[in-house]
Design a protein around this ligand. Sequence first.
Ligand SMILES: Cc1ncc(COP(=O)(O)O)c(C=O)c1O
Length: 392
Amino acid sequence: MTNKPIYLDYNATTPVDPRVVDAMLPYFSEVFGNAASNDHEYGLEAKRAVDAARAQIAALINARPEEIIFTSGATESDNIAIFGVAERYADKGDHIITCVTEHKAVLDPCKRLEQLGKRVTYLPVDGDGRVDPDAVRKAITPETILISIMAANNEIGTVAPLAEIGAIAAEHDILFHSDAAQAVGHIPIDVEAMQIHLLSISAHKFCGPKGIGVLYRRRSNPRVDLAPVIYGGGHERGLRSGTLNVPSIVGMGKAAEIAKREMGAEAKRFRTWTQQMYQRFVEEIGDVVLNGHPTQRLPHNLNVSFTGVESRALIVQLAGAVAFATGSACTSESVEPSHVIEALDADETRVHSAIRISVGRFNTDAQIVSATDKIVDSVGSLKQLNALLATY
Ligand SMILES: Cc1ncc(COP(=O)(O)O)c(C=O)c1O
């Protein structure tokens, strides 16, 4: 591990907490039952473990255990929420409101629905990446059946005014879904206070295992009905058939329990780190633009543009020393500029020089100082090179 670069890409994924691994281990071999086999103790003990995890996750978002639907991750949760509402509420309307900076897991299902004849409004964001609740209100039509606005952006960390949007949705009797993959486990999310009906969660963003997630689905005031996307044995109240992944569910539950307890102190530590880094960039590099909201942002995310320094060049130069990202991991294989930074009305230079740094549980003070030193040095040398090239 020591020769590897310092990992500063916690928005992409996180290492699994050793306490989570310990909790999971017995469920691979000792307690291996099928949680749906209620004829014998093997199945019943697996079901008890799943129920306990449901309660742990529900407690983190102020929901009830029966409102937790296990999925393979936030991508699947987003798909079930969007397609599930579109199909089940087709009699009520055909219009969805979302936002241009959403993750592809929301944008692509919305595009698919447009191909199927539904209508989607993609709201713009302001220069800090925030959706204006008033714009949400104005976009509502008598046919609107769903508002889907992410809790926190995966690239720039901007946190949405969820409670305000939730109040507007409730006032108009419209369902409110939020992709909270980057928010849950990091900042307080309360489905009651925020009047959220559907919420997508991913375990691997808060030190749980990959390939496991949750769709929170409100069961009262109002009861939300969904058409399934996957059909089969009727697991998860008919909404997501398929044998439950008990070890991962137990892991997600443990990760949620830890997050509930430690999130407050962790957020303070992370915010100190990201603020220290930004401060040093401003003082030691100068020409730096913060992408995202200055205060309404995830504590562990820092997205900046070092004007004139290509982010790819910086990443390649630091490849052996620091691991961070240019944009969201899911689109980083293509060389397309980030649709999120573009949405901030940023010029081309700012878009191409944007980097995302995201810190987490297993970083240390020393790592943060060392990574900052390296980034500052590297930006300095790339700037010198650029200046030299400009003279030719
Ligand atoms: C905002 C957001 N939504 C959805 C996803 C997809 O989550 P998962 O990897 O659990 O499918 C991610 C992960 O990158 C994300 O950041």
